[in-house]
Design a protein around this ligand. Structure first.
Ligand SMILES: Cc1cc2nc3c(=O)[nH]c(=O)nc-3n(C[C@H](O)[C@H](O)[C@H](O)COP(=O)(O)OP(=O)(O)OC[C@H]3O[C@@H](n4cnc5c(N)ncnc54)[C@H](O)[C@@H]3O)c2cc1C
Length: 174
């Protein structure tokens, strides 16, 4: 049985970003992703806001996104377009870039950080005991962890189960 301090259910943008941050903090983390590859069906999210670009800049990877997207004033509220070009930031704009590209670039980054990804497997459930969790995967195997984080999108299994458990499950804000 593989063992990690943290197992992340879901290798979308949220799961990959968390995995990268935990790895940089020295935490042994792995992702379980049900898709067999990073390929994404449909376009989904269409860009990045200024703050996201700032965070990527802090990690030294902003240029990877900026070189592939289109800089634009994309911030808005209630249908009103907001121009943030006079904001005191190096990135006073947003970036038009489809989610499949965002995911590919993030996957490249966590690949460089050597984050293990168990692909083509789904988190089916978990069994908690005094020292951690056994995370059950769809291929019949399991992974041992101290923490399981549900980054598996809206309304999927890890989060539903997490809402019934308070101890070792962490639910990031969505
Ligand atoms: C049709 C559509 C259009 C959208 N348009 C926009 C937009 O224009 N702008 C915008 O900002 N946002 C948009 N979004 C939202 C954006 O796509 C999400 O904010 C973003 O995908 C959230 O990332 P995430 O990593 O939290 O979740 P997701 O991208 O949903 O990733 C979850 C990952 O978990 C995996 N997974 C799920 N269950 C399990 C499991 N049990 N075990 C293992 N893996 C699992 C999935 O395969 C997936 O890779 C759109 C979303 C949809 C669906």
């Amino acid at each position: 049985m593989s063992e990690h301090v943290v197992v992340i259910a879901g290798g979308g943008p949220t799961g990959m970003m968390l995995a990268g941050e935990l790895t940089l903090a020295g935490v042994d983390v792995a992702i379980v992703e049900r898709r067999a590859s990073q390929d994404l069906v449909g376009s989904r999210a269409g860009g990045l806001h200024s703050r996201t670009i700032e965070v990527f800049d802090q990690r030294g990877i902003a240029d990877r996104f900026l070189s592939e997207g289109q800089v634009a004033q994309i911030a808005g509220f209630a249908g009103v377009r907001l121009d943030i070009s006079d904001f005191p930031t190096r990135h006073n704009y947003g970036l038009e870039l489809w989610q499949n590209h965002i995911e590919r670039i993030l996957a490249g980054w966590i690949g460089e950080l050597a984050v293990p990804i168990y692909r083509g497997r789904e988190v089916m459930g978990f069994a908690q005991d005094d020292t951690g969790l056994g995370v059950e995967l769809s291929d019949g195997s399991s992974v041992r962890a101290e923490y399981l984080v549900g980054c598996d999108g809206g309304g999927t299994s890890a989060r539903r189960r997490a809402s019934r458990s308070r101890d070792r499950i962490r639910r990031p804000a969505t």
